[in-house]
Design a protein around this ligand. Structure first.
Ligand code: 5MM
Length: 331
């Protein structure tokens, strides 16, 4: 087993979230990635998923804006065209490689649509193997909906996140703890705030009970926003609502916060982050761990065509630069 002193975990967590860089979430499951490729007219296969992820990782200068890249198991075990594995190539490009280790969600029995994230069985062995292959950090995502979240669903998912985080730290891997309250639907800001409070409260209770070292984790939360089908509110209002929740529930020793984009358009997600980063009394660095907000336009531009790789990479870099600019206010 890899053992790292607590200071080394804190160091990696700080590298991921400080200095005006953020995380590229390129860990779509095979099912999600295949469907996104097919929506762009690209036949889905292990090769096309690999080609697309190679396009992302090899964009020239990516490490100026990106501190870490989250990969799924398939990509983690694939090689670039030059024969280097993805985790090795990421490190050589100045980007820390991470691995998504949850195995997805399933219905929580008896809880009317609430979900529980699975993947704890055998996780210790998998983490040891990922660490040996170069993983610096991991990710586990719990998924909540404002209409179905209950205290029990929050506790059950918080418990799983805490067991995952403790195991990661035992294997010298920084856990990204992602409790996502979905922003699909037409709910208002208050509903998102209430659900996010419930989720974060349960998660931090469980993390503390599990003895997780909060200086060696990265929290990946949603911005607190009205649903995507509801009337939008100004970014400053989103930032204020998000900060109010985080200030009350996220201990100051947490190494950093890296937001998911949640399906918000790139410019909106960057505006939320920008306004949040300007709040001076924040005790933690804030940055991004966006998926769609960074990559959707690049995937569309590429469309599976070799001749569009360079243009698609420029589109990706532009989004990464904008997100990093938004996080730049961070100390
Ligand atoms: C990149 O997508 C990640 C994996 O999703 P699936 O397992 O459902 O395919 C996802 O966890 C992602 O890291 C977060 O949701 C943040 O992504 P967005 O697009 O919301 O920024």
């Amino acid at each position: 087993m890899t053992t790292l002193p607590a200071t080394a975990l804190a160091d990696v967590a700080q590298q991921l979230t400080s200095g005006g860089r953020g995380i590229l979430a390129a860990d779509e499951s095979i099912k999600t990635m295949s469907s996104r490729l097919e929506q762009e007219g690209v036949p889905a296969s292990a090769t096309s998923r690999r080609d697309y992820r190679e396009l992302l990782l090899t964009a020239d200068g990516l490490s100026e804006w990106i501190s870490g890249i989250i990969l799924c198991d398939e990509t983690f075990g694939q090689d670039l065209a030059d024969g280097r594995s993805f985790p090795i190539a990421a490190r050589e490009r100045g980007i820390l490689p991470g691995i998504k280790v949850d195995t997805g969600t399933t219905a929580l029995p008896g809880y009317g649509g609430a979900l529980i994230t699975e993947g704890l069985d055998g996780l210790g062995g998998r983490l040891a193997a990922y660490a040996d292959r170069g993983a610096a950090f991991a990710k586990w995502r719990a998924v909540f909906d404002v209409h179905t979240i209950t205290p029990y669903a929050a506790d059950a998912n918080g418990h799983a996140l805490a067991r995952y985080a403790a195991l990661c730290q035992q294997h010298g891997i920084v856990p990204i703890v992602e409790p996502e309250v979905l922003c699909t639907g037409d709910h208002d800001l208050a509903a998102a705030e209430k659900a996010t409070r419930l989720a974060l409260s349960a998660v931090f209770t469980e993390l503390v009970d599990a003895g997780v070292d909060l200086t060696g984790i990265v929290l990946k939360p949603n911005f607190v926003t009205p649903g995507l089908d509801a009337a939008a509110v100004p970014p400053a209002e989103v930032a204020a609502a998000t900060f109010a929740v985080l200030r009350d529930l996220v201990p100051a020793e947490v190494a950093g916060i890296a937001f998911l984009s949640g399906g918000h358009p790139t410019a909106r997600a960057c505006a939320f982050l920008n306004d949040l980063a300007t709040i001076d009394e924040r005790p933690w660095p804030v940055t991004f761990s966006f998926g769609r907000a960074l990559v959707s336009a690049a995937l569309h531009t590429w469309g599976g065509s070799d001749s569009e790789v360079a243009v698609a990479q420029q589109v990706l870099l532009e989004n990464c630069r904008n997100a990093a600019d938004a996080a730049e206010h961070t100390a």
